[in-house]
Ligand binder design. Structure first.
Ligand SMILES: [Zn+2]
Length: 287
């Protein structure tokens, strides 16, 4: 019985193959990926749905691991390029028919500035030893919220500015606080008056919302799906709670100067999982 069924199937396929009007089977692979990306980029691409995509660096460092990228039902894939990445990314795309296609994405490097920030509360630049455990715990909570990686595609949209104002800090700059070199600036700062509403730059789900972290003050994370998230820091008021769904343009909180800040401004950082990416690359020219 099984044999008969198989024979019928083979016959059917042969019949199809003989018909010039029939679409080729399997369909030709449609893969959209850029040839280049820059440091801090959110890279979007498309692969045939059902494909398996593994990513690694070209000539990977000994500790570099293959990362399997999530593939959305419509074939959308997304990943981030870190600030200091220089090696090309190699994507191995395994299609449903067993065929494998390799794509290489070269990385364009950028020049990052050095920024001196003075007048920051000294206890946030060199926190007292008894505060270290608190900071570590709070940062760990934020990191774990960033690791959410579900199939929503809220990032797959044109992002909008969360507010209007002067850009007062950019992604990637090396920061020196009150003379002490600290880690590079992970986001985009826009100076604005205390209490200015901050709007969601794209839709998503709130995965973190706390009013009083030691370094970042009022802190909100919006998860845009597939590992892409936004964080807003130093807020003076939070208008959302964990689990809320927010739409693009919805007010999530108010500008403040809580945590390590010299004055009221909006800090907006973005991540692909643990990789920090540059929000400004997703925005239209300043309003
Ligand atoms: Zn900032």
């Amino acid at each position: 019985m099984k044999k008969l069924f198989l024979l019928a199937l083979v016959a059917g396929l042969t019949a199809c193959a003989g018909n010039k009007e029939t679409r080729p089977f399997p369909p030709p692979a449609s893969i959209e990926l850029p040839d280049n990306a820059i440091q801090g980029d959110m890279v979007m691409g498309r692969v045939p749905s059902g494909a398996i995509v593994m990513m690694n660096d070209e000539n990977p460092a000994p500790d570099a691991v293959n990362t399997e990228l999530k593939v959305a039902d419509n074939g959308r894939i997304v990943f981030g390029i870190g600030r200091d990445e220089t090696r090309a990314k190699i994507l191995d795309i395994r299609l449903g028919n067993g065929e494998s296609i390799r794509k290489k994405i070269n990385i364009t490097t950028r020049q990052f500035d050095i920024e001196n920030i003075n007048g920051v509360p000294e206890n946030t630049v060199n926190p007292p030893p008894d505060i270290a455990a608190r900071i570590e715990r709070e940062q760990a909570e934020v990191v774990s919220a960033r690791l959410r990686n579900d199939n929503r595609r809220d990032f797959d949209t044109a992002f909008i500015w969360p507010l209007e104002g002067r850009v007062s800090g950019v992604y990637g700059s090396q920061r020196i606080y009150n003379g002490t070199p600290k880690s590079w600036h992970s986001g985009l700062d826009v100076a604005a008056a205390q209490g200015t509403p901050v709007k969601a730059p794209a839709a998503g789900i709130i995965t973190f919302a706390k009013p009083d972290l030691y370094l970042t003050g009022g802190t909100i994370l919006i998860d845009h799906g597939m590992g892409i998230s936004s964080n807003f820091l130093h807020l003076s008021r939070l208008d959302v709670k964990v689990g809320d769904r927010v739409e693009q343009g919805q007010v999530i909180g108010l500008v403040g100067a809580t945590g390590r800040a010299t004055g009221p401004h909006m800090h907006w950082g973005m991540n692909w999982l643990k990789v920090r990416i540059d929000p400004q690359l997703l925005l239209p020219a300043k309003p």
